[in-house]
Ligand binder design. Structure first.
Ligand code: NAD
Length: 361
């Protein structure tokens, strides 16, 4: 499953953004592996919910607060004394970042500086993994996948805030968590993880194609697709999460050699267009004639984005195990279950178990 399944037993882990789509999956995965999990995040009550429909809240030490609030974050971290932090709290939407760029930079950059600064005084901490995005790269709209040492950039405020988050993490690494001073002046290994377009049940974010599709089915409307030809690195949520856990374990055990930036994306053949992905998904959902293509959005969005995952494959031994069809089968199964009023906890935990058995087989 991950480097060592037993590694996570009793580990003291803090997840920021634990009420979000990826955060809820991560917390469920970690608790299944026996970790002692805490969560710090805004409450995040979306229409159809995910976190608040699961029993996740009962399994962890959860606190609702803003990542930019120094006092509340510091007192929570002093109470928790985490050994490992997965930082996922963010404003993650491109279109929302055009509407409120200042809030996006506040959360994604100032909030990150806040938690990194508090981490300097957190004696228990060994691993800090900052979750950024494939969108952190300067996008040249070319066919080559981006490698970890490519230029940071970002056209829109969200993508750019993730480029800034990468640069900020690097500055903290050089200044305060420098590998040269590891085990001398500090004991913290600081890295970033850049995943692609993560898909899976429980995502209800605005302006993401799969949540939009499911909401349009529930509400009896046609899905509107704005960028049918945009190519994206789609991946099932548990794939990058397994990558984060694998990396964190390496960082914990060898803080000197595993700080840096890491891409976690699908295999090259699974970089497909929005329209191709939606058509493949429709077969699993058993629907047709469900979308219309509308005029392009007035907001710029990248058309071509691929990630080079050689570093994670060669150094961590991590690689995706699902192809596009298997990925979409997981996605469809979860949302069909949700629409049929199945228990969200059972659905989520079943998928975690199914995924673990695939890894172990
Ligand atoms: N979903 C994807 O396709 C994808 C791809 C690449 C990277 N990412 C990154 O992964 C992380 C999680 O994304 P997600 O899809 O789960 O997003 P999400 O919107 O579902 O979750 C975001 C989480 O951050 C919390 N949050 C937002 N603003 C906050 C603030 N000011 N203070 C405290 N908490 C705050 C929310 O309450 C929520 O828990 C983000 O950093 C995102 O940029 C996501």
């Amino acid at each position: 499953m991950v480097k060592t399944l037993n590694f996570w037993k009793d580990k003291n882990v803090l997840v920021t953004g634990h009420t979000g789509f990826k955060g809820t999956w991560l917390v469920n995965l970690l608790t299944q592996l026996g970790a002692k999990v805490s969560g710090y995040s805004l409450k995040n009550e979306l229409d159809y919910g995910f976190y608040h429909k699961t029993k996740t809240n009962q399994k962890i030490n959860s606190f609702y607060g803003n990542i930019c609030d120094k006092n509340s974050l510091k007192s929570f971290m002093d109470q928790v004394n985490p050994e490992i932090i997965f930082h996922l709290a963010a404003q993650p939407l491109v279109r929302l970042s055009y509407i409120d760029p200042v809030d996006t930079y506040n959360t994604n950059v100032v909030g990150l500086a806040n938690i990194l600064n508090i981490s300097r005084e957190t004696k228990s901490l060994k691993v800090f993994l900052n979750i950024t995005s494939d969108k952190c790269y300067e996008n040249f709209e070319w066919d080559w996948p981006y490698r970890e040492n490519d230029l940071m950039g970002g056209h829109d405020p969200y993508s750019n805030s993730k480029g800034c988050a990468e640069l900020l993490t690097k500055a903290f690494r050089m200044s305060f968590f420098n590998p040269d001073n590891y085990n001398k002046e500090h004991n913290i290994c600081l890295s970033t993880a850049r995943a692609g377009n993560v898909i899976g049940g429980g995502d209800w974010a605005q302006d993401r194609i799969i949540p939009d599709l499911i909401k349009s089915l529930i509400e009896g409307k046609k899905l509107e697709i704005r960028s049918p030809n945009a190519i994206r690195p789609w991946q099932f949520v548990l794939e990058p999460l397994r990558g984060y856990l694998t990396l964190a374990e390496f960082m914990y055990e060898d803080g000197l050699n595993f700080s840096g930036s890491w891409n976690f994306g699908p295999d090259n053949k699974d970089n497909i267009t929005v329209e191709e992905m939606i058509n493949m998904l429709s077969k699993h959902l058993n629907i047709n004639d469900f979308y219309q293509i509308i005029e392009s959005s007035r907001y710029h969005e990248a058309k071509l984005l691929k990630l080079d995952i050689s570093k994670a494959k060669n150094t961590l031994g991590w690689k995706p195990i699902l192809n596009m069809n298997e990925t979409l089968k997981f996605v469809a199964e979860w949302y069909i279950g949700f629409i049929n009023n199945d228990n969200v906890d059972d659905l989520t935990n079943k998928q975690i178990n199914d995924y673990i058995s695939l890894i172990e087989s």
